[in-house]
Ligand binder design. Structure first.
Ligand code: ADP
Length: 160
């Protein structure tokens, strides 16, 4: 069995994330989407909300599951004997950050292999932070996130 994880904040999930999930799910036997619950990062959506949205969004792929994890990613992988970590890269800026992260993970656990998947050209501008900013100004995010995420953003930023 070739199992992999796809970790991230997913605050919130975008079509860019889903594209990586779909492609990784077609390569690996099992893919676990790991929602990072990191108290040092302030997120718009709680880890429970982010997980609940992803659970709905990954329904089309039976070999994909979603978990919340509040510790080091390498510890999750060691505990489940998973060696492959998938990350998406949109461009050189992402790559330099992702490269350092992969070096750090390798130092923590040499068995871990990071696989980089390049973004689909349709999604290379999609970034959760920019989408949240756009949604906060009530801009149209329907081309960037699935309808359930667009609705959740709308609710968060609803004018009182
Ligand atoms: P993190 O805070 O861990 O970077 P993100 O939710 O921002 O979490 O991203 C999770 C992963 O998805 C990262 O590897 C990121 O590079 C990748 N990713 C995010 N948006 C896109 C996109 N539009 N295309 C491809 N990969 C993406």
């Amino acid at each position: 069995m070739l199992n992999a994880i796809f970790p991230g904040s997913f605050d919130p999930a975008t079509f860019g994330h889903l594209d990586i999930i779909e492609r990784a799910a077609s390569i690996f036997d099992e893919l676990v989407v790991v929602v990072a619950d990191n108290p040092n990062k302030s997120c718009l959506f709680s880890s429970g909300e982010r997980k609940a949205m992803l659970v709905e969004l990954v329904r089309p792929w039976p070999n994909v599951s979603v978990v919340v994890w509040g510790n080091l990613i390498v510890e999750y992988m060691k505990g489940r004997n998973i060696r492959i970590l998938v990350r998406g890269v949109r461009g050189v800026n992402d790559f330099s950050y992702e490269f350092e992260l992969s070096m750090m993970n390798k130092a923590l656990s040499p068995r871990i292999e990071t696989i980089f998947m390049t973004t689909d050209p349709r999604y290379f501008v999609l970034r959760s932070s920019a989408i949240k900013e756009l949604a906060s100004f009530h801009g149209d995010v329907s081309a960037m996130v699935p309808p359930l995420v667009a609705e959740a953003l709308e609710k968060k930023y609803r004018r009182d």
